[in-house]
Write a protein that binds this ligand. Structure first.
Ligand code: G3P
Ligand code: MG
Length: 378
């Protein structure tokens, strides 16, 4: 299956290169493994060639997903070589010198099925998590057409930490940050609640800031009154599923919110933080995870027993030119590691199209991608 002969190994036996694999459209389509995916990962695992999975997907805790993926793909994966779209949100629990801790703040978490994303946020360490379904069940008039009521058994919900009483704002529900952890299921309900919060006085649900539209203020007064910070976990407009055509992703939801915000404010800027591929911060985070994983592979029990040779090259294998390929092409590693983009034809990218972001090479599938890279490394 693979070209024999040694790969370019460094003095410590650790290859000087590694792989980063996208999931949807490269290893899986919806939940079905793609041809060659297991063979490719098994080869790398059996030959101690380091790799990580770097996905804009999410919706479950990393421990749950790696257990599922290990079974599906037939290779032992751990949280040490796995980065999901919302994984970096963990850093906001404790915060840093420049970023406030959101650990005990009241945060709205949307996306994913039912309670799953709330559970992920709580496993990260957030202690006060509210979901749109909680709000809808406590305050049904907030959105007259929501489907959540009919699916409460599926969606799940909890009582709100404080009631919503816009006549008594000091005692009403105040949201400090809004997180879109994964693709929202009830876009209309989530768009309505997020818009309400972005127009609110200080994040108090049910209130409206008098500053909105004030031309004497920055951004004409929009988002100038302590409204909650808004975080998206990825910008994917489309992604590859079992359907033969790419489906709208979280980037579609974000574009809908931007459209509504534009209509509501007459073109004000929508202040927001978006992470995930293709953004350099995500690749920097992924490279850190990959370097730590390489050291653990060498160290065996997770301690770095001896100096690990420098990681010189990462082959980023993806299906989406707008995220996987663009991200690898534009990332400038702080350690001088070269990221080489490899585009496969098994996902969003369709053969014959001219990708807006040109990869180093286009191959049929993930197995061909690994073979090409091994030949490159000689
Ligand atoms: O929600 C998943 C989608 O946005 C793309 O995931 O694995 O192709 O980065 P992935
Ligand atoms: Mg993909």
């Amino acid at each position: 299956q693979f070209r024999n002969g040694s790969t370019a190994v460094a003095v410590d036996g650790m290859p000087s290169f590694a792989f980063a694999f996208d999931i949807d459209g490269v290893l899986l389509r919806s939940s079905a493994p793609l041809p060659g995916a297991s063979t490719a990962l098994e080869y790398l695992h059996n030959n101690s060639i380091p790799f990580i999975l770097l996905t804009n997907g999410g919706g479950k805790h990393e421990s749950t997903r790696v257990a599922e993926l290990s079974k599906k793909l037939g290779v032992p994966l751990t949280e040490e070589n796995f980065v999901q779209s919302h994984t970096p949100f963990k850093q906001l629990v404790e915060g840093s010198e420049t970023v406030e801790s959101l650990k005990d703040k009241t945060i709205l978490v949307t996306g994913g099925d039912g309670e799953k994303c709330r559970k992920v946020a709580e496993m990260y360490g957030f202690t006060n998590v509210v979901t749109p379904t909680d709000i809808m069940m406590a305050y049904p008039s907030i959105w007259p057409f929501s489907l959540a009521v009919d699916f409460t058994a599926v969606q799940g919900h909890r009582p709100l930490p404080t009631n919503v009483d816009h006549m008594n704002p000091s005692k009403s529900l105040k949201i400090d940050a809004i997180f879109v952890f994964n693709d929202p299921r009830d876009w209309a309900l989530d768009l309505q609640i997020i818009l309400d919060l972005l127009l609110s006085k200080g994040g108090v649900l049910g209130t409206v800031s008098e500053k909105n539209g004030d031309p004497s203020l920055p951004n004409n007064g929009w988002q100038q009154d302590g409204q909650p910070k808004l975080f998206f976990s990825n910008p994917d407009l489309f992604w590859a599923t079992s359907h033969h055509m790419p489906r709208l992703g979280q980037g579609g939801f974000q574009a809908s919110l931007r459209g509504i915000w534009d209509e509501t404010t007459g073109g004000a800027v929508l202040e927001r933080t978006v992470i995930g591929k293709p953004y350099p911060e995500t690749y920097k985070y992924a490279e850190r995870v990959l370097n730590k994983h390489r050291a653990q592979m060498l160290g065996g029990n997770g301690e770095v027993k001896k100096k690990v040779s420098r990681l010189e090259r990462v082959f980023m294998v993806g299906d989406n030119p707008e995220s996987d390929i663009r991200g690898a092409n534009e990332f400038e590693s702080p350690h001088g590691t070269e990221w080489t983009s490899v585009l496969v034809k098994t996902g969003v990218y369709h053969d014959g199209r001219h990708p807006k972001y040109a990869p180093k090479v286009i191959v049929n599938d993930v197995l061909e991608a690994v073979k090409w890279a091994l030949r490159e490394e000689g």
